[in-house]
Design a protein around this ligand. Structure first.
Ligand code: EPU
Length: 423
């Protein structure tokens, strides 16, 4: 196991670029299962999660190659298995994304039922409801979801209304519906950019999808799809994480090659908190020198403020002027970072799904532990602000979603070093 040693305080400043989006890459890698041909994805982030997804695809019998230049080829011409095993699904829930493409193309999928995660149950009932509405029979069998298309092997288009907006269910059902017979209408579909990019990829393969970006998506099923060729867009959460480094550490950070429209909710909060900003066509610069005023943050589906930025913005509130409130509405228990931020001196009180953060200009380095991906990001940035040394253990969490974060932060002036944890 490895850990980070971080020495603060440092005002992180300079220019940085985010890698390809994890949450866009994962479904697009599964979309390659929909075609017999060889798909090519560019700008694929080299992360633990994308490697886990490759193992899932390889277990199914797909042939793939991921180069150090972030180019990934996948050929799913012939598959040996239609089953995603427990060992992989338990390490990454997004493995469940193979269900839609397998069911759509082969009429059968067996996927281990994901268990709970560190911050709550995270059910997949909406994925299953969607597949059933498309005519599949879904059974739970010894911990596995066993889904079968109706006799004849092809799913049938249907009208499907999601009880809650779900990125995963929208993506999974969309990948199943592109090869179904007839029209599928998804109501209350997720509007996240990841869904828009997935639909773009599917349309490049020959799918017919309309309404993307709105909450009603219309899919007209086709008989077959060609291979996928696409570059993965920049990771909007990584972009947001680097932007948050400015108010957390009191520096000035410019993120280049990004999509500013995707940062609307974060930039609006920064504006309310009194930060100076400049926004270009594909770059954003945030100046944290003047300090941030207290914020009222409520997470919500896109275009609302993303739950994946809640931990990082909490670190910013911990050093802001005044009392902030952060309300988590997507995952009510997503607060494992609170106890660790407190160890650095942050003043946070939890009241159900609301965190009340009393800002203080001072944090102190301490030994802390990463408990999930975004928690790790928040702790690293808070540690850059804190006086003295912080050791952050269990950093495999950060490697799930940020490629070489220590190198990018070093570029911004951070004093951060990766080392083996002493046993
Ligand atoms: N939900 C259900 N039933 C379902 C599916 C979802 O009740 O069948 C609920 C969830 O419990 C949650 C809400 O619906 O309350 C939204 O969950 P969603 O399905 O949108 O989440 P997800 O698809 O499982 C993705 C990201 C997460 C991100 C969420 C919310 C991927 C691989 N994961 O998860 O990313 O937090 O959307 O935006 O795209 C991360 O990257 O750190 C991460 C956790």
């Amino acid at each position: 196991m490895e850990r980070f040693l971080i020495e603060g305080p440092v005002a992180l400043s300079g220019e940085v670029r985010a890698g390809g989006s994890k949450n866009t890459a994962l479904p697009l890698m599964c979309a390659a299962l929909l075609s017999e041909g060889t798909s090519v994805l560019g700008n694929v982030p080299l992360l633990r999660d994308t490697r886990t997804m490759l193992r899932v695809l390889e277990t199914l019998g797909a042939k793939s190659e991921l180069n150090s230049d972030h180019r990934l080829t996948i050929n799913a011409g012939e598959l040996a298995e239609l089953e995603a095993p427990y060992d992989l699904v338990k390490t990454m829930r997004a493995s469940v994304y193979v269900m839609g493409p397998l069911l759509g193309r082969f009429g059968r999928a067996r996927v281990s039922l994901p268990g709970g995660c560190a911050w709550g149950p995270r059910p997949v009932d909406l994925h299953l409801m969607g597949m059933e509405r498309l005519g599949a029979t879904v059974e739970l069998d010894h911990g596995y979801i066993d889904a079968k298309a109706p006799p004849g092997g092809r799913l049938r288009g249907a009208e499907i209304t999601f009880r809650i907006s779900s990125v995963g269910a929208t993506a999974n059902v969309m990948m199943a519906a592109v090869l179904a017979e007839g029209r599928t209408v998804l109501e209350n579909a997720a509007r996240e950019p990841d869904i828009r990019y997935l639909a773009e990829g599917l349309c490049r393969m020959g799918a017919k999808i309309e309404g993307v970006g709105s909450s009603t998506i219309i899919i007209d099923g086709v008989e077959s799809l060609g291979p996928l060729e696409m570059d993965i867009p920049p990771d909007r959460i990584e972009v947001g994480t680097f932007l948050a480094a400015a108010p957390i550490t009191g520096g000035r950070v410019r993120v280049v090659d990004c999509v500013p429209e995707e940062q609307g909710a974060l930039l609006e909060l920064f504006r309310q908190g009194g930060l100076e900003m400049e926004v270009g066509e594909d770059w954003i610069e945030v100046d944290g020198h003047g300090g941030l005023s207290a914020l009222e943050v409520v997470t919500a589906p896109y275009p609302g403020f993303p739950t994946d930025m809640q931990a990082q913005i909490m670190a910013a509130c911990a050093v802001a002027e005044g009392v902030s409130t952060l309300t988590e509405t997507i995952y009510l228990d997503r607060f494992t970072h609170v106890a660790e931020l407190r160890r650095l001196g942050a003043k946070i009180r939890l009241d159900g799904n609301v965190a009340v953060v009393t800002g203080s200009r001072h944090l102190d380095g301490a030994p802390v532990m990463a408990t999930d991906l975004r928690c790790s990001a928040a702790l690293i940035l808070a540690a850059c602000r804190a006086k003295g040394e912080t050791t952050l253990s269990r950093i495999y969490h950060i490697d799930r979603g940020y490629e070489r974060i220590e190198e990018k932060l070093t570029q911004l002036g951070a004093k951060i070093r990766r080392e083996e944890e002493p046993s």
